[in-house]
Design a binder for this molecule. Structure first.
Ligand code: PRP
Ligand code: ZN
Length: 294
């Protein structure tokens, strides 16, 4: 029997949806399970462990799971406290669950910039990162560690400012707070424990990494097809974002026009299409790419 790779993922929360979506796109079919803790893949030697995001670094560092999908915010906070977690290897950034850890304070209050925090109190669920950020900048502040609902701390006079995650900014807005400094930009990452690993899982590990890379690459990569006036081909090629070797083919019955097909590895915006059209391109089609393998 082949050994099964164990991957720790967030059970529910900001990472869960993106994580399951990534696995689905990578072709992982999950068996239905009553078990709250594990989900078995039907078509690969892979088992998911569904746990709280804060526990994921520990599960991987201890070897209970070989891999984990976790937010950099959670990973770096845990790493600030534990050398064993600081030793985890980040295999790749996964491009979802983007957010930022920010310092914020009441809109019309006395704290408007980093220097104003000197001698004041900052409430946070990220004491390790907050303390390291402030002390690296010569600020001595009292760190008030909270378990959640950090945004209420200034209003309740528990602290003068907060250091909390911001994604849409709605929470800050609703609580009359303004961000004035970014401590960390974060997204979901794939981590693994460094050092010796069971050779039986290496094949699955390599396959997963390669498929994840393919899914991430295909997300913003698009296939563009258009007709270009032969005389303006160079101009049109230059306007194709991140396409190094487009295919140029004849158009039946036309000497003055060629068909151009290209894989664009950078985002294709509306203004990209407008620039192509201005350069004489016609019949422009932009198609999503479902899968990619170099
Ligand atoms: C974070 C943070 C805010 C909210 C910010 O909480 O503590 O409450 O998200 O998001 P917004 O900018 O879109 O309003 P999270 O969802 O991580 O929950 P938790 O702090 O309870 O783990
Ligand atoms: Zn959490």
């Amino acid at each position: 029997m082949t050994a099964r790779l164990k991957l720790a993922v967030q059970k529910k929360g900001r990472l869960a949806e993106g994580g399951f979506d990534l696995l689905r796109r990578a072709g992982v079919k999950l068996a239905y399970a009553r078990d709250e803790l594990t989900r078995r893949a039907e078509n690969l030697p892979l088992d998911l462990m569904l746990i709280r995001d804060d526990d994921i670094p520990n599960f991987v560092a201890s070897g209970a799971c070989e891999f984990g999908i976790v937010g950099e915010n959670v990973l770096k906070e845990a790493a600030a406290r534990s050398p064993r977690i600081a030793g985890l290897e980040t295999v790749m950034a996964l491009g979802f669950a983007k957010c930022a850890l920010k310092l914020a304070a009441p809109k019309d209050g006395p704290v408007r910039a980093l220097a104003d925090l000197q001698g004041r109190a900052v409430a946070t669920t990220y004491p390790g990162l907050t303390e390291a950020f402030l002390s690296a900048r010569g600020i001595t502040a009292e760190i008030v560690e909270m378990g959640g609902s950090v945004e209420v701390a200034p209003r309740m006079n528990i602290a003068d400012a907060i250091c909390d995650l911001v994604s849409t900014g709605a929470t800050l807005e609703a609580n009359g707070l303004t961000a004035f400094e970014t401590v960390l930009e974060s997204e979901a990452v794939l981590v693994r424990a460094p050092g010796a690993r069971a050779p039986e899982i290496e094949e699955t590990a390599a396959l997963l990494s390669e498929r994840f890379t393919g899914v991430i690459a295909s997300r913003q990569t698009k296939y563009i097809m258009l007709n270009a006036p032969t005389a303006r081909l160079d101009e049109i090629r230059a306007a194709l974002p991140g396409a190094d070797a487009p295919t140029v083919a004849p158009v039946v019955g036309r000497d003055d026009v060629v068909a151009v097909h290209a894989v664009c590895t950078e985002e294709v915006f509306w203004h990209t299409l407008e620039a192509l059209k201005a350069a004489g391109a016609r019949s422009i089609l932009v198609l999503p790419i479902e899968k990619m393998m170099p």
